[in-house]
Design a binder for this molecule. Structure first.
Ligand SMILES: *Cc1c(COP(=O)(O)O)cnc(C)c1O
Length: 454
């Protein structure tokens, strides 16, 4: 048996609590053993491995609405939602039908289709800063291409990123800050040449002085500043509007491009993403996740002038066999059409905000060291946070011990969160008020156990 945790320890810690029946997971355990023979760590993307919660991943069989079922037929209310794309929940009828319709005409042609135009128009219509765009197949590819374009457009090599922002796994972005306020990046992955990391400057979030310092230290060298629309890959580090607007001005002043990475926030916060939320006009923007309706899609776009540098119009090369894939386009079109309906975001966001607020009230009433940081339908459990957290360095790694217990207790109560305390949760339109109430009850119980020994 490969139990998720040590049974004896568990009973010891909860001797006075009602011990929740542990879910059966024998089928997932078996599949994981087999998967470990096939894949490094048994998975095809590292965070799926449950390493940071010290467990065995559940193998998911199907999803419907806000629910998923694992191979042992356990049912969960899902707040991972495939890490963001599924803003309408699992297996949404309109998306499923449009995928089936597209597939029935063939899966890929390597030639233009009208579906690419249609999805592009839906994106452009709500985002005036996106005059032209290009579809690719993942968020990583979108960001990688946007950075090449920024370098090609400005003729400069360096980029500035922020500690705690994730932009996919392109070489020059797998870097973290060294010691000091503004530093050259240190690689966070083996296999990234130091010479690449030296082209990336890393600054802390929520600190305008650091950005100004970087521009002062590297005059006329910085091609672009890249930031997540709302940093949501290392906790939910909500930046203030004034800071984002100043960042915009600072880039303009130094002739550097501002790349807003909206792979999570695009069409998640609203049709105009974080650009609309903060009322800023980025030079380049990247999308992924929601625009693909659950299929693999990424996209980067900006002004016609900047995008004019991309091949075949310009000298910056970028291509893709499956780019703008018709099946993926069909899914994205179906999803965005639902999203632009009346009051879609108003309803989703108010439902999600009320959910987050009531958990926060529960925690506050008991003096638990917990903040629920949330914006729109994104939320994050910030354990042991003294006050709102806006920069990566303010997250105490020791607080992840709480998350480990919390995550395990939630699974046993039928609630699925991404298996890391640094990851945000997603509420979808398919999370009904009734299901959110059920989830809340499970969350309250799990919190009581998490803080039992305090
Ligand atoms: C998920 C994500 C990416 C990477 O997208 P993939 O499709 O996983 O390659 C890039 N940037 C942000 C902000 C993301 O959340």
């Amino acid at each position: 048996m490969f139990g998720l945790f040590n049974k004896e320890k568990r009973e010891d810690a909860y001797s006075t609590m009602t011990v929740q029946q542990e879910i059966s997971r024998s089928r997932s355990d078996e599949l994981f053993e087999q998967a470990k023979k096939c894949f490094p760590g048994g998975v095809n993307s590292p965070v799926r491995a449950f390493k940071s919660v010290e467990g065995v991943p559940l193998f998911i069989k199907k999803g419907e609405g806000c629910h998923i079922w694992d191979e042992d037929d356990n049912q969960f209310i899902d707040f991972c939602c495939s890490w963001g794309p599924l803003i309408l929940g699992h297996n949404h009828q309109a998306i499923r039908e449009s995928i089936i319709e597209a597939v029935s005409l063939g899966t890929t042609f390597g030639a233009p289709t009208r579906l690419e135009n249609e999805l592009a128009e839906l994106i452009r219509k709500h985002n005036p800063h996106v005059e032209k765009l290009r579809f690719v197949s993942s968020g990583t590819e979108a960001v990688m291409s946007a950075i090449r374009l920024a370098r090609g457009f400005t003729g400069r090599d360096k980029i500035l990123k922020f500690e705690g922002c994730y932009h996919g796994h392109a070489d020059s972005l797998l870097v973290k800050a060294g010691s000091g306020l503004v530093t050259f990046g240190e690689t966070t992955s083996a296999g990234v040449p130091e010479a690449f990391a030296r082209e990336t400057i890393v600054a802390p979030l929520n600190n305008m002085e650091a950005v100004k310092q970087a521009f002062k230290d590297h005059p006329d060298e910085i091609a672009a500043v890249i930031i997540e629309g709302i940093p949501a890959n290392n906790g939910l580090l909500i930046q203030e509007a004034g800071y984002m607007q100043e960042l915009r001005e600072c880039c303009t002043q130094h002739n550097a491009l501002l790349i807003l990475d909206e792979v999570i926030t695009g069409f998640r916060l609203g049709m105009d993403g974080a650009a609309g939320y903060y009322d800023i006009r980025p030079d380049l923007v990247t999308y992924g996740k929601v625009i693909g309706g659950g299929m693999p899609v990424g996209c980067y776009g900006g002004s016609a002038e900047v995008m004019g540098k991309i091949s075949p119009d310009g000298p910056v090369y970028q291509a893709g066999t499956l780019s703008g894939n018709p099946v993926a386009m069909a899914a994205g079109i179906a999803q965005l059409k639902v999203l632009q309906g009346n009051n879609f975001y108003k309803n989703l966001n108010s439902k999600a905000e009320e959910f987050a607020a009531s958990i926060e009230r529960f925690a506050d009433a008991r003096n638990y060291p917990l903040k629920i940081q949330s914006v729109g339908s994104l939320f994050w459990f910030a354990f042991a946070a003294p006050s709102p957290i806006r920069a990566a360095a303010e997250i105490d790694p020791a607080s992840m011990g709480f998350f480990k217990i919390f995550h395990r207790e939630l699974l046993n109560r039928g609630v699925y969160l991404g298996p890391s305390g640094y990851e945000v949760g997603f509420v979808s339109a398919a999370h009904s008020k009734v299901e959110l109430e059920k989830a809340k009850r499970a969350i309250f119980e799990a919190l009581e156990i998490t803080f039992k020994k305090q």
